[in-house]
Design a protein around this ligand. Structure first.
Ligand code: GLN
Length: 272
């Protein structure tokens, strides 16, 4: 049996926009070409490739893993199942970090738990004369960050560390530390639904109350911060007052929070 693109587009199990994204991946052609050539018959090999992606999508696998990339801050980042898929709300963390870089200060930035490198690389690309370090506990995640830094020509340093565990004085101090750590409570039912089922659990939850990595970062960060440096953390919808409290207890000043596009307090930080 032979199938044309038009036949595949008639499938009502998936939205047309998703069918087009999957076809773009399989046929390696832009959407405009696919729409303009929808009477083309596709080969058996490509048909079975497409059906595999379609069935996995129907089973809930995130589009980003199926096509192997996700857009973040206007760039395409390679992703696979060893990294969290960059979220639109995390763009706030990048904006807040960039806005707190004072021209008078140096420009050394650290992204803890960098995953695919989306935050570290986006900050690097938005600012000239900047030095960016990304760290991660997971070597597979670091290899994805490495691929993205090459692909996007971002000359960042990547290091293997569980938060600050492998840092020493040779690492020097930073002007901005950012992190989107695993902050979901281990019993949160969202871990069992939607995209999160397919993402690395280690990147989503601390297997405790969601605050343990955040407090670890807050208590150790000052050893690696220059005077006047800022620490910015992404956190869950109900964690801002606790994060503010932890920052104040650790001696941070100018403690402040920012709302994401859905009106949720999503980023909190302060300076030393
Ligand atoms: N923002 C993600 C979510 O709730 C979680 C990311 C994280 O734990 N750092 O889906």
């Amino acid at each position: 049996m032979e199938f044309s693109i038009r036949n595949l587009m008639r499938d009502t199990s998936l939205p047309n926009t998703e069918i087009l994204i999957l076809l773009e991946k399989v046929l390696q052609k832009p959407k405009t070409w696919i729409i303009a050539n929808d009477l083309n018959v596709i080969s058996n090999v490509l048909f079975y490739k497409y059906i595999d992606l379609r069935n996995r999508r129907i089973d809930g696998e995130p589009i980003a893993y199926l096509v192997g990339y996700k857009e973040f801050m206007n760039n395409k980042f390679l992703v696979n199942r060893s990294v969290l898929i960059p979220r639109p709300e995390t763009e706030l963390l990048v904006d807040v970090a960039i806005n707190s870089l004072k021209p008078s200060n140096g420009c050394r930035v650290l992204d803890l738990g960098t995953g695919c490198g989306a935050i570290a690389i986006s900050i690097y690309l938005m600012k000239s004369n900047i030095e960016v370090v990304g760290s991660d506990i997971d070597l597979y995640a670091l290899s994805v960050a490495e691929m993205n830094s090459r692909k996007l020509c971002a000359n960042i340093d990547l290091i293997h560390s569980n938060w600050f565990d492998c840092f020493d004085s040779k690492m020097g101090k930073f002007d901005i530390i950012v992190s989107n750590p695993p902050y979901i409570h281990s019993l949160d039912k969202h871990l069992e639904s939607g995209d999160l089922r397919f993402e690395p659990r280690i990147a989503l939850t601390d297997e405790l109350d969601g605050l343990s990595h955040i407090s670890n970062i807050i208590y150790n960060a000052r050893n690696y911060m220059n005077k006047g440096a800022y620490l910015w953390l992404e956190h869950g919808w109900d964690q801002s007052s606790m994060v503010k409290y932890l920052l104040k207890m650790a001696g941070f000043s100018n403690v402040n929070s920012f709302l994401d596009l859905s009106g949720i307090v999503r980023v909190t930080g302060g300076s030393i």
